[in-house]
Design a protein around this ligand. Structure first.
Ligand SMILES: C[S@@+](CC[C@H](N)C(=O)[O-])C[C@H]1O[C@@H](n2cnc3c(N)ncnc32)[C@H](O)[C@@H]1O
Length: 383
């Protein structure tokens, strides 16, 4: 949970008086420069124009109407995007960068409808749901009025549902419960690769970048005596700890907040080191994107370079990686193998899986061609 005290304050004028509130947003780090009040009389065209010019609207009308307005703004945005896509450039990397830029612009525009929360996170609007628990899970207890983009609020409500229901992971035979902002194992292929690869030993393992703890749990379930899982994000650490304890592996697993590896003085080496890093080498623009984008392959390179030192004699590393970056032209065809070689690693074996998620069938997805060709691999590496 992000401590609320670090959040910036937004100030605006409304009905002749000065107002202020804490700014709570993961998708937009800086508060909007201009804020006005709006209600049910605000037409979608004007709201869209406000959003495009960077004016945020604190919603004073009916909560459900705010959701409808947001959908109407979104449709206007999609309409413009479809037009722009007709002139899409041919190179896959250009398509990718344009797709990301459009997604960021869309998120920024939709983030312009704001909801003011009471200090206890209740929403003083007609037909507003009780979101106090959902927001508390993300930001901790409230202390002062806060402004939150409606889009973020809807994300928190959705995340609470996931956290309550969990995701059934077949290879684990159990559910894992993702927290807000933590990478959720909705794609099963990579988990199955880890479930079926031959273990080099059952002595010890590290799971680097553990997220929900799903792979650490799988390794513990496969009989590894001692598993240390790390993640750089405090939310992931809390989430993995909770999942591992819930699954009954708390005694054999430790979760640490660390940049890549556990401290050497605590655990110098392991006989198996697993890592599922973010698959795309690109800049993360929000904290929520840091599990998906690895800028300049920093995590990947850092992980590989340290392996020869951190693997126990006879040990093996399992790197999970998709070749989507190669299909999108974001990584050269030999770049991954070049990094293995630079790090002094040899490929002992490689197992592949094809993605099964429904998005690969979506022909409207600008990245469709690359997604259709994607392969996910478990690289077994040895020094
Ligand atoms: C693709 S997610 C994988 C999560 C989980 N292992 C899984 O397979 O579902 C990558 C994870 O690496 C974490 N991460 C990113 N950079 C890291 C770093 N330098 N050190 C440790 N963890 C990192 C992210 O927070 C994220 O949880």
């Amino acid at each position: 949970m992000s401590p609320i005290v670090e959040k910036p304050t937004v100030r605006w004028e409304e009905a002749g008086s000065q107002r202020s509130a804490l700014w709570l947003s993961e998708s937009r780090v800086t508060p909007p420069a201009r804020v006005i009040a709006g209600d049910d009389s605000l037409k979608a065209d004007l709201a869209y124009r406000y959003a495009c010019e960077g004016t945020a609207v604190v919603w004073r009308g009916d909560f459900e109407n705010a959701k409808q307005l947001s959908s109407a703004v979104s449709r206007r945005f999609d309409h413009g995007r479809a037009r722009r896509r007709a002139e899409r450039p041919a190179a896959p990397s250009d398509t990718f960068h344009r797709h990301r830029m459009e997604a960021a612009q869309r998120a920024r525009a939709l983030g312009m409808i704001l909801i003011e929360l009471e200090p206890d996170y209740s929403v003083p609007l007609r037909r507003a749901p009780d979101i106090r628990a959902a927001v508390t899970e993300v930001y901790g207890p409230g202390r002062a009025p806060a402004l939150v983009p409606l889009r973020d609020l809807l994300g928190m409500i959705g995340a609470r549902e996931w956290r309550r229901r969990g995701i059934f992971v077949e290879a684990l035979g159990a559910r894992v419960f993702p927290h807000y902002g933590v990478f959720a194992p909705i794609r099963s292929e990579y988990v199955e690769l880890v479930a079926s690869a031959r273990l080099p030993s059952t002595e010890s393992a590290f799971d680097i970048g553990t997220g929900t703890g799903v792979l650490a749990a799988l390794l513990a379930r496969r009989g590894i005596a001692r598993v240390i899982a790390t993640d750089i994000e405090p939310r992931a650490v809390a989430c993995a700890e909770e999942n591992l304890a819930r699954l009954g592996f708390g005694g054999r697993t430790t979760v640490l907040r660390a940049d890549l590896f556990p401290p050497e003085e605590l655990a110098p080496r392991a006989s198996l080191i697993v890592c599922n890093p973010p698959w795309l080498p690109a800049k993360a623009t929000t904290s929520l994107e840091r599990a998906v984008y690895d800028q300049k392959s920093r995590m990947l390179r850092g992980f590989l370079r340290a392996l020869p030192r951190r693997l126990a004699p006879g040990g093996e590393a399992w790197l999970l990686m998709s070749d989507l970056a190669e299909h999108l032209g974001l990584r050269g065809p030999t770049a991954l193998r070049d990094v293995f070689e630079e790090a002094g690693l040899r490929v002992k074996a490689k197992t592949d899986a094809r993605p099964t998620h429904p998005r690969i069938e979506d022909r409207d997805d600008p990245l469709h061609e690359a997604r259709k060709a994607e392969t996910i691999s478990l690289w077994r590496l040895v020094p």
